[in-house]
Design a binder for this molecule. Structure first.
Ligand code: 3LM
Length: 392
């Protein structure tokens, strides 16, 4: 379907409606297993001589529809769906590494991704270096013969720093190093890392792709060979598969991704302009800020600037907590990309697991708040934020 615009591809399906009574939306195959016509057919399917479904951990038609759709949207060869974003991240990382390997990681990643890296370091002796991705010469120096992959987020959760995907890919290409991009903050509507040369894209689909705060899920896209390896090893045998119902909810969420993202971006720009003029806001990071030092990069690799803003208030943790406690419309919650505007305190919430020294190097201070601007009327969001800031 790649010859149509992304907005159209988000809505239309791959399945053959004629085979499903003309059903407009993809049918939900809420089944754990699939019956065989006879023993021989079961044997042939297990042996791979005959295609067809066997058991929903190995594949399910509703899930296939979602996997084909995300591959199409990211313009990759093959997609896979998982029971969470961490399911996608861990399956991809585990498929890439062997004991003794080394990884380069953007200085700043989601807290549980950092936790996973610490775990594989301890259990499987896979070392990693956190690198400030704007120092490309330092990065080249850190590449070892056993470096398997460069894993980045852009924008980085929650510091909103960007990583230049094309520059990273150029360095990785000099050796046989895979580039993995966590595209959660953008969704394929705002950024398509594979088109910039990355090898694998992962998503927490819990966020913008689901968009309604009712699903925990993950997605990954890459070459057919690599995704098949993931499917048959770190997904099938480890077992982090999405339920058919959650896949169906994501297919529903995707239909409105483009209009939701446009509104998230518009609202975030409005809130950024207000927040940046507020005397109690001491620092603000938003890729759409014309004075942001990566503004040109944001314009180059993103379609628009996204719905997330991070900002600091004077007075450290207590001041940040007071602001959160003074809000009433904006909800104090982790996660992002939902219709509701959400605020959280990364140092004590999403990134609490990262040791303080690393956290500060990443730019996650005690004063930092992360705002996921929702779909409400932006005046109402600002009214609530302004009130909370004025009160502390
Ligand atoms: C959060 N983030 O509030 P799930 N990659 C990125 C993410 O932001 C996340 C994941 C992967 C948040 C979740 S914190 C307890 C809540 C960039 C999740 C993992 O497994 O679907 O949660 O995705 O920043």
């Amino acid at each position: 379907m790649s010859n149509k615009h992304l907005e159209t591809r988000l809505i239309h399906s791959f399945f053959d409606r004629k085979k499903h009574f003309g059903s407009l939306t993809p049918p939900l195959y809420q089944t754990s297993t699939f019956t065989f016509e006879n023993a021989e057919q079961g044997e042939a399917r297990f042996a791979g001589r005959e295609s067809g479904y066997i058991y929903s951990r190995l594949g399910n038609p509703t899930v296939t529809e979602l996997e084909e759709k995300i591959a199409d949207l990211e313009e990759g060869e093959s997609g896979l769906a998982f029971s969470s974003g961490m399911g996608a991240v861990s399956a991809v990382i585990m498929a890439l590494i062997e004991t003794g390997d080394h990884l380069l990681i953007s200085e700043g990643v989601y807290g549980c991704t950092y936790g996973l890296l610490e775990l594989v370091k301890k259990k499987f002796k896979v070392d990693f270096d956190l690198i400030s991705m704007d120092q490309l010469d330092v990065m080249e120096e850190k590449i070892r013969p056993n470096t398997k992959a460069i894993y980045i987020e852009t924008p980085i959760n929650p510091t909103m720093k960007l990583v230049d995907i094309e520059s990273i890919v150029a360095i990785a290409r000099k050796s046989d190093i895979k580039v993995v991009v966590d595209n959660t903050f953008c969704s394929p509507y705002l950024q398509q890392p594979l088109k910039l040369g990355a090898d694998i894209v992962v998503h927490s689909a819990t966020k913008y792709i689901g968009g309604h705060g009712d699903v925990i899920a993950g997605l990954a896209v890459g070459s057919s060979d690599f995704m098949q390896e993931v499917r048959m090893t770190t997904q099938k045998d480890v077992g982090s598969v999405i339920s058919p119902f959650d896949a169906w909810l994501l297919l529903r969420g995707l239909k409105t991704l483009a209009i939701r993202m446009d509104r998230h971006c518009m609202n975030a720009m409005f809130i950024f302009e207000k927040l940046s003029r507020h005397p109690k806001v001491t620092n603000i990071v938003f890729p759409g800020d014309p004075s942001f030092d990566q503004y040109d990069l944001a314009k180059k690799q993103m379609r628009n600037f996204g719905g997330l803003i991070s900002f600091e208030v004077e007075g450290g943790k207590l001041a940040a907590q007071k602001v959160m406690n003074n809000l009433s419309l904006v909800q104090v919650a982790v996660s992002l990309g939902d219709a509701e505007t959400l605020i959280q305190h990364p140092a004590t919430m999403t990134h609490a697991v990262v040791p303080e020294e690393e956290r500060l190097k990443m730019g996650i201070t005690a004063s930092l708040l992360r705002l996921s601007v929702g779909l409400e009327n932006p005046q109402d969001i600002w009214c609530d934020l302004e009130h909370a800031l004025n009160l502390f």
